[in-house]
Write a new protein. Structure first.
Length: 479
């Protein structure tokens, strides 16, 4: 391929090339407010769309004073074919004299491990790579080669899936990616036919992904089967109609998102990487439509997964008025659990069984942390409000202990309580969630429960004026 700068003056005479470059330059200036020196990472797969994006961006980069990079992710799904894709993109980077960054990942293994589809797994791994790349390069923008055909297909897919208003807004031209980085789609106003025409005029080289012709992928069915029938049997302009509809919905969706963002704050609590909770009484003060949008927004914000289907949102809302313990599956390895006045949205977890016999003092590893038992001098005892540090009368506890999950029927007398109670009732009173309860650990001596770990010690084992030997227990989180 000849040097891109040498070809630019001659090509500008071609109306097709001129249209492409003018549209992309206008997009960068008026939609992105591009500035000289901006760093842009181009996601280049080796397919015709991304190769055309690379060519166009290379043609305008020098004029606008942009620094561009090429990023390629090998999904390892097509064996040698995937390697040939990577080789082509690497060669293109050399021909355009643009820095090339690449990575790969086992999509099939990731899909099986996380109980998600191949398409979803590929997207997760690919975008994780893009996130790392933009961060390492201190980039301003991440460009992907989505076309108007892709946006139409996404509209249809989300409508069939029932993903709600956000899903029907199509693919946005610009959206936030990570801190200080935007994702842009400079080719979104062009059809696949126009892009292929440009590539042929420019005599560009690209690779065809044969899997795009297989009808075992839903997106391919929409592209190869449904859309041709809609154009032939219903309306030849169906693509433009859907695109216009998606743009209108996108405008309405942006207004609604501001309301959702504001109303979500008092509803969503207890956020961790694996779950979040919804305050049902507050959520139910809103109209049913807004309830669904808040659930969807929280799901997208905290889990960064594909939008929930309408049926999944309905299943979550169906347990709002059910009794505690009611649970529904919502797909992708996640479930919703009613727990008093909240609903917990969580990744499916496994109860970590613990059963250890030992002696004191010593230390024991349990569920990602260790419990360290040490004998200390009276002067070292500092009673503070920290559930991870407790003190016991060693002579009352004894030498031998059992560390295990609590079980139904277990009892103990909590510190400060007048008598014994069931541990299940104690955990309920402490507002321990149904999700957390199965993994609560207790320490028992030969006869009874000494400590509900991280919650309360037993009244009978507290230190007092008669204590002679002091036992300190500390929970140490393991990295």
């Amino acid at each position: 391929m000849p040097d891109v700068k040498q070809l630019a003056p001659r090509l500008l005479k071609n109306p097709v090339i001129r249209k492409f470059l003018a549209a992309i330059e206008d997009f960068l200036k008026t939609r992105i407010y591009i500035e000289k020196g901006f760093r842009i990472v181009l996601a280049v797969s080796g397919g015709v769309d991304s190769v055309v994006m690379l060519d166009c961006m290379a043609l305008v980069a020098d004029k606008l004073g942009l620094q561009i990079y090429i990023a390629h992710f090998n999904h390892m799904l097509r064996e040698k074919e995937s390697d040939l894709d990577a080789e082509l993109v690497k060669n293109l980077a050399e021909q355009y004299n643009i820095q090339f960054l690449n990575s790969s990942g086992n999509v099939k293994a990731f899909s099986q491990k996380n109980n998600i589809s191949i398409e979803h797994a590929a997207r997760n791994l690919r975008y994780n790579f893009f996130e790392r790349t933009t961060r390492n390069l201190d980039a301003d923008l991440m460009a992907t080669a989505h076309t108007s055909d892709d946006s139409v297909e996404t509209f249809i897919l989300n409508m069939l899936r029932g993903s709600g208003l956000t899903g029907l807004s199509g693919i946005p031209e610009v959206r936030k990616f990570v801190k200080n980085v935007l994702i842009i789609r400079p080719l979104l106003s062009f059809t696949k036919k126009e892009i292929k025409n440009y590539a042929e005029l420019r005599k560009l080289k690209w690779r065809e992904d044969e899997s795009n012709q297989l009808l075992n992928y839903t997106r391919n069915k929409v592209r190869l089967d449904l859309m041709p029938k809609l154009r032939a049997d219903y309306n030849p302009a169906v693509d433009e109609i859907i695109s216009r509809t998606a743009r209108l919905i996108y405008g309405a969706d942006n207004l609604i998102k501001e309301l959702v963002k504001k109303n979500m704050i008092p509803v969503v609590v207890d956020v961790t990487p694996e779950r979040f909770s919804l305050k049902v009484p507050i959520l139910q003060t809103h109209e049913e439509f807004m309830q669904g949008e808040i659930i969807q927004a929280a799901w997208l914000k905290y889990f960064r997964l594909q939008p929930l289907s309408l049926s999944a949102v309905d299943r979550i809302m169906s347990i709002f008025d059910k009794q505690s313990g009611t649970q529904v599956e919502i797909g992708s390895g996640y479930f919703a659990l009613k727990d008093r006045n909240i609903v917990i949205i969580s990744k499916s977890s496994v109860i970590k069984k613990v059963k250890v016999f030992g002696s004191l003092p010593s230390e024991y590893r349990v569920n990602g942390y260790k419990i360290v038992f040490t004998l200390v001098d009276k002067r070292a005892v500092k009673i503070i409000e920290n559930p991870e540090i407790e003190y016991f009368d060693y002579d009352k506890v004894g030498t031998y202990v059992e560390i295990r999950n609590w079980e139904q029927g277990d009892t103990f007398q909590p510190l400060g309580a007048p008598g014994e109670m069931k541990i299940s009732d104690f955990l309920t009173n402490e507002k321990v969630s149904l999700l957390e309860k199965p993994n609560i650990i207790i320490v028992r001596n030969t006869y009874e429960t000494v400590w509900v770990v991280g919650k309360r010690i037993g009244e009978k084992f507290k230190i007092d004026s008669e204590t002679k030997t002091f036992l300190k227990a500390e929970i140490v989180q393991l990295k």
